[in-house]
Design a protein around this ligand. Structure first.
Ligand code: G6P
Length: 365
């Protein structure tokens, strides 16, 4: 079927807006009454001692997020790497390793080469893809479709969200296999996942606030994104989205690293986007935010209603997200990361769907 913009100005806007329904449909497939509808070829994670996650670009940030999930829920040691590094490093592959490749297109040359390197070395080769008939899907022992539908915008949005979704489901399955969480705890997380489409809809309603913030970001030459824990990969993804489509230099940093370098960049001209849901690391992130404010940095605080009522007034700009269980926060905070980049690019008048120098799928090295 031909895909059109369905009344939106750009494919990216359409793909952002359709995320609640796309995610709802994906989980109508994956979430059953009592568990997760995964293919039988999936390994028993009790038999796996090491998980290696490999990808490029946005899919790499989905992998970094998944590391936190697999470690926290399933207590599996996880290594994450960029495909172009992994493939030439000739890394040793430990016994009982599952190698997992994440790719929207399923055709990225470096990711495919990394997969082929693992053939005969890893116990299982898994993939998380959007195109089920792609090379990466065909060459893996088990390919899990993210069910995002066709994505046209070069800057990945709904595919990233759906990658996160399948990776979280996989971490839940791994925790079940390994007995690291009780069946009740895992059933709870699965049930909470059912509320995500509604929460994402609410997050999309913060669009007017983000549009205003984006106006200010569009005048900046550099933007910093900060986060801790699950928000650290999201800070990097937010920075990547912004550079890709608005051509503004942006860096994503772990808040705790601020004092080891990036704080030297802070001045009144550099907006600092702080991703800080009221989670277990909130106080730490906020004290980093205050270090930025003390150096005249202009903070854009993205938090929830609890966080906003505690420290929202200290920020130059406030974007309020609905409350969300900590483990699910990446699936919600992906929305402000996308919308800030989108509205900034629109304010600058860049080519949102076809940014200069970039391709949707990189099938040559
Ligand atoms: C290109 C795209 C990125 C994408 C990356 C990986 O660089 O511009 O948006 O994240 O490739 O693509 P894949 O299809 O493997 O997810």
């Amino acid at each position: 079927a031909r895909v059109d913009k369905a009344g939106h100005k750009h494919f990216m806007a359409k793909e952002i807006a359709e995320q609640p329904s796309v995610l709802g449909d994906a989980n109508a497939h994956y979430l059953t009454e009592t568990g997760i509808n995964f293919p039988d070829e999936l390994p028993d994670f009790k038999e796996i001692n090491q998980l290696t996650l490999v990808a490029c670009g946005t899919a790499f940030y989905a992998c970094l997020t998944a590391k936190y999930w697999f470690e926290r829920l399933a207590r599996i040691p996880v290594e994450v790497d960029i495909a172009s590094e992994f493939r030439y490093r000739e890394p040793p592959v430990a016994p009982k390793t599952a190698a997992l490749f994440v790719s929207q297109s399923g055709e990225t040359a470096d990711t495919l080469a990394a997969l082929r390197y693992c053939e005969g070395k890893a116990d299982k080769i898994l993939s998380v893809v959007n195109v089920p008939e792609s090379s990466i899907a065909r060459e893996s022992d088990c390919a899990l479709p993210i069910l995002a539908g066709t994505e046209i915008g070069v800057a990945s949005t709904k595919a990233f969200l759906c990658q996160l979704n399948v990776l979280l489901l996989l971490a839940i399955r791994a925790a079940e296999d390994r007995g690291t969480r009780t069946p009740e705890q895992l059933a709870n997380i699965r049930n909470e996942m059912r509320s995500l489409p509604g929460l994402i809809n609410q997050a999309l309603e913060a669009a007017p606030a983000m549009k205003k913030t984006a106006k200010r970001l569009s005048a900046a030459t550099d933007v910093l994104f900060l986060g801790r824990g699950l928000m650290y990969p999201m800070a990097m993804e937010g920075a990547l989205k912004l550079k890709e489509i608005s051509y503004i230099h942006a860096e994503g940093y772990a808040s705790g690293e601020l004092k080891h370098g990036p704080i030297a960049l802070v001045d009144k001209k550099t907006p600092v986007v702080v991703l800080a849901p009221k989670d277990s690391l909130f106080d730490k992130t906020i004290s980093n935010m205050q270090e930025v404010i003390a150096r005249s940095g202009k903070v854009v605080l993205v938090t929830d209603s609890q966080g906003a009522s505690m420290i929202g007034s200290e920020a130059a700009d406030l974007i309020v997200m609905p409350d969300v269980p900590e483990i699910l926060s990446p699936l919600l905070y992906a929305i402000p990361a996308q919308l800030l980049a989108y509205y900034t690019a629109v304010a600058k008048g860049t080519d949102v769907d076809q940014p200069r120098n970039l391709a949707k799928s990189v099938t040559v090295e």
